[in-house]
Ligand binder design. Structure first.
Ligand code: SAM
Length: 259
């Protein structure tokens, strides 16, 4: 999946998310929209630290490292630790950000204690379009405060109706997805206050499906892409756009803690 997906935007962006399109001109690129989603997520994370700042930030599901420089801008003095389960993405992220001080990448699953043994503590936990992949989320969330986390910010796909994502097309990515109610309960049980949900405008799945329809096959193939992936993504995100319209899935910023 690495090269074909990455070829959607080329090497420069380093993102793998649906993007934030609501304030962009119609001709904006996917890469710009993806950067806008990261920037909007980090602006919300920064607002959780009224007047103060985190000293250590974890990005769970850090992908190819496209967000590291935006983290440095939002939290210039904080140490940054990116966690990712895919070794090739960790290698790409390290290479892309080798010149950014206070940067560390840890290879592993964010759910696992062994990963956190390498991470140590963190006072802010951020994840952009990755938490729906994480298994054992109840346990992960329950342990965050013990690991120092005071605030959490997710840009997250919410699955309100699990039957909607049982198809072969959607289940591999979304079978561990949670509803808003499940997050609400788990975050409260873990001791987080001020839990908020804010729908990401766009609507994001429809906007991403539209962007996929604009992909120029010639440029994409020249970058090493495979049109089969684009067709599969188009089918998946058109389906998600329909489900999004019916409220069976949604895309939201989830924040908790802070102060
Ligand atoms: C849709 S991508 C988002 C990547 C990045 N946050 C971005 O916006 O470009 C989801 C990422 O989560 C990672 N991931 C999935 N399950 C994971 C896990 N259990 N622990 C750590 N990373 C995981 C994937 O490898 C992938 O990089």
């Amino acid at each position: 999946m690495g090269i074909p997906y990455r070829a959607l935007t080329g090497e420069t962006g380093g993102h793998m998310n649906v993007g934030l399109w609501s304030e962009l001109p119609a001709e904006a690129s996917l890469e710009v929209a993806q950067g806008a989603l990261v920037a909007a997520t980090l602006a919300r994370a920064r607002a959780l630290f009224k007047g103060g700042a985190p000293s250590r930030v974890v990005e769970a599901g850090s992908g190819w490292g496209g967000a590291r420089r935006a983290f440095a801008k939002a939290f210039p003095d904080a140490e940054y630790i990116g966690i990712n389960v895919a070794a090739d993405q960790i290698a790409a992220a390290r290479a892309a950000n080798s010149d950014v001080p206070r940067t560390r990448y840890v290879h592993g699953r964010v759910e696992e204690d062994a990963t956190w043994a390498e991470v140590g503590f963190a006072d802010l936990f951020v994840s952009v379009e990755a938490a729906f992949h994480f298994e054992s989320k109840t346990e992960l969330i329950a342990r965050l405060q013990r690991r120092g986390v005071r605030a959490l910010m997710l840009a997250e796909i919410l699955v309100e109706d699990p039957t909607a994502v049982e198809s072969k097309l959607l289940a591999p990515a979304l079978r561990h997805g949670w509803s808003r109610a499940r997050y609400d309960v788990a975050l409260a049980a873990a001791g987080f206050h001020n839990v908020t949900f804010e729908t990401v405008p766009g609507p994001p799945f429809a906007a991403f499906a539209h962007a996929l329809r604009q992909i120029d096959a010639h440029t994409y193939k020249a970058r090493g892409g495979r049109m089969a992936l684009v067709h599969q993504l188009r089918r998946a995100f058109s389906t998600l756009a329909d489900l999004e319209r019916d409220g069976r899935v949604s895309y939201a910023w989830i924040s908790a803690g802070g102060g």
